[in-house]
Design a protein around this ligand. Structure first.
Ligand code: HEM
Length: 482
């Protein structure tokens, strides 16, 4: 009796303690705990019960959910190296050329090489600025379109999303791509299918499940379509380049494919790797920005005080200079606080890019198993009353007195992540949010359809390729007259 007791005690001492979590069913684990509501909401509610470091078993996958700034710091800073990889998912394997893009490449030399090219060449501030004419042209078209619909209801979600997709597509392929719209619609459909949880990813050992869920064949179809379009684009770029070499000059604006092709030989990049990076830029760059602009407009419509204050600022600054100009964005302090506040309440990248534990470790006494998937719920942290006063209230002024920025140093506020794998597209993403928003507020006054009260605007979210509004935002513009 004594011996048995001792053995049990010894076993308890040596068995590492997993973070707390709900009771697990055989085979399915905690999948049932996520049913019935949006995943970031369910995870927040479960964490309120089990704690800010929680363990779930989703099918076969050990999953660690982080819901406080302290634990986020442990994962994204203190142990950043251990958590600097991403778990493999079917969508990135098929669409992303065997996870050869930046977002899903395992941490290592290849990822470092891509990250360097992105930071220094593709997404640097200088490169982002060089795309000013493209933004100007496309946003001008948007403003003209809205102007033509003055007084009638427009689907702002649709128009903003289409404009931002075109901007990103033109920065990647410039005018050498004959059919931006075809590429945009294939990628949109593909990311909608790929977003969210797939059954096959929850049971990686049961490959047959990928067929049953229907995901694999769908992704393969989109992959073939996107690959063909991108191959044509690469060929067109090559032909354009050889025409220059032959002395036949034509108007050339350097786009991201040109930059990547330049690096192809020096960095031994293959064409598949180039395509995977382009897909990342497209996947990471358009929906995130579009949805942030739309959430900001929805929050502003709900808060007429904020709308008036923002319009006074934008109009004062732009009118002084004669016309709207990207370079004056720095002067729009209140608009910048609005964007920060929008990203606090609606971080679009929530849950989409988890991390993977590459070495079993301990966090504050809890055992984190090797290969666990680690999800940092930035959405829940941004709405936690422990760290934010009146967290559900849209109050941009909170950022005029705080020093929080986007660099991932304050773990209460991490809409772009933090650490080695922090979003490399912050500069590109922000300008694609701030400038369109400034123009929408400068050129128009906005109201909801007749009969709808501002405060009643529905803010229900949906979860897919980003956390977006469930319902499109319909508004009535009135042109601003000087
Ligand atoms: C409002 C705009 C955006 C938001 C909120 C956002 C958010 C995020 C988040 C949360 C991550 C994960 C970071 C982590 O693991 O710590 C991420 C990664 C990434 N983002 Fe963004 N992003 C935005 C815009 C962009 C843009 C414009 C691009 C490119 C044009 C981009 C490309 C990427 C890529 C490639 C990664 C993966 C980086 C890596 O794994 O090394 N994002 N983003």
């Amino acid at each position: 009796m004594y011996v048995t007791h001792k053995l049990v005690t010894k076993k308890n001492v040596s068995t590492p303690k997993l973070p707390p979590g709900p009771w697990k069913l055989p085979i399915t684990g905690n999948i049932h705990n996520l049913v019935g509501s949006l995943p970031h909401h369910r995870l927040r509610d479960l964490s309120a019960k089990y704690g800010p470091l929680m363990h779930l078993k989703l099918g076969e996958v050990s999953t660690i959910v982080v819901s406080s700034p302290d634990y986020a710091k442990e994962v994204l800073k203190t142990h950043d190296l251990i958590f600097a990889s991403r778990p493999p998912i079917l969508a990135s394997k098929i669409l992303g050329y065997d996870s050869q893009g930046l977002a899903f490449a395992p941490y290592g030399d290849y990822w470092r090489q891509l990250r360097k090219i992105c930071a220094l060449e593709l997404l640097s501030s200088k490169r982002v600025q060089s795309f000013e004419p493209i933004r100007g042209e496309e946003l001008n078209k948007l403003i003209k379109f809205i102007d033509s619909k003055e007084g009638s209801v427009i689907n702002l979600s649709k128009e903003v999303s289409s404009t931002l997709s075109t901007i990103v597509s033109r920065t990647a392929f410039s005018k050498k791509c004959k059919n931006h719209q075809e590429f945009i619609s294939v990628i949109k459909e593909a990311t909608e299918v790929a977003g969210g949880f797939d059954l096959g990813d929850l049971y990686p050992s049961a490959k047959w499940l990928q067929h049953i869920s229907g995901m694999k064949p769908k992704l393969e179809k989109f992959h073939q379509q996107a690959d063909q379009i991108m191959q044509n684009i690469i060929n067109e770029h090559r032909e354009a380049k050889s025409r220059i070499i032959d002395g036949q000059h034509e108007e050339i604006e350097e786009d991201l494919i040109d930059v990547l092709l330049k690096f192809k030989d020096t960095n031994n990049l293959t064409e598949d790797q180039i395509k995977a990076v382009i897909l990342d830029i497209f996947g990471g760059g358009s929906e995130t920005s579009a949805t942030t602009v739309v959430w900001a407009m929805a929050e502003i419509i709900k808060n007429p005080r904020v709308m008036r204050k923002a319009q006074v600022e934008v109009r004062e600054v732009f009118d002084k200079e004669g016309k709207p100009n990207e370079r004056d964005l720095e002067k729009l302090k209140y608009l910048k606080s609005i964007v920060k506040e929008t990203l606090r309440l609606h971080p679009p990248g929530t849950l989409l890019l988890p991390r993977e534990c590459t070495q079993a470790c301990e966090i504050k006494g809890y055992h984190i198993p090797l290969k666990s998937k680690v999800i940092v719920n930035a959405w829940a942290i941004g709405r936690d009353p422990k760290y934010w006063t009146n967290p559900e209230t849209f109050y941009p002024e909170r950022f005029s007195v705080s020093s929080f920025d986007y660099k991932g140093t304050n773990f209460e506020y991490i809409p772009f992540g933090a650490g080695r794998r922090i979003c490399p597209g912050i500069a590109f993403g922000l300008i694609n949010v701030e400038f369109p928003l400034a123009l929408l507020l400068y050129h128009f006054d906005w109201k909801l359809s007749i009969g709808m009260k501002n405060e009643e605007l529905d803010m229900t979210e949906t979860f897919g390729s980003a956390v977006t509004r469930r319902d499109d935002l319909y508004l009535i513009p009135t042109a601003y007259k000087l």
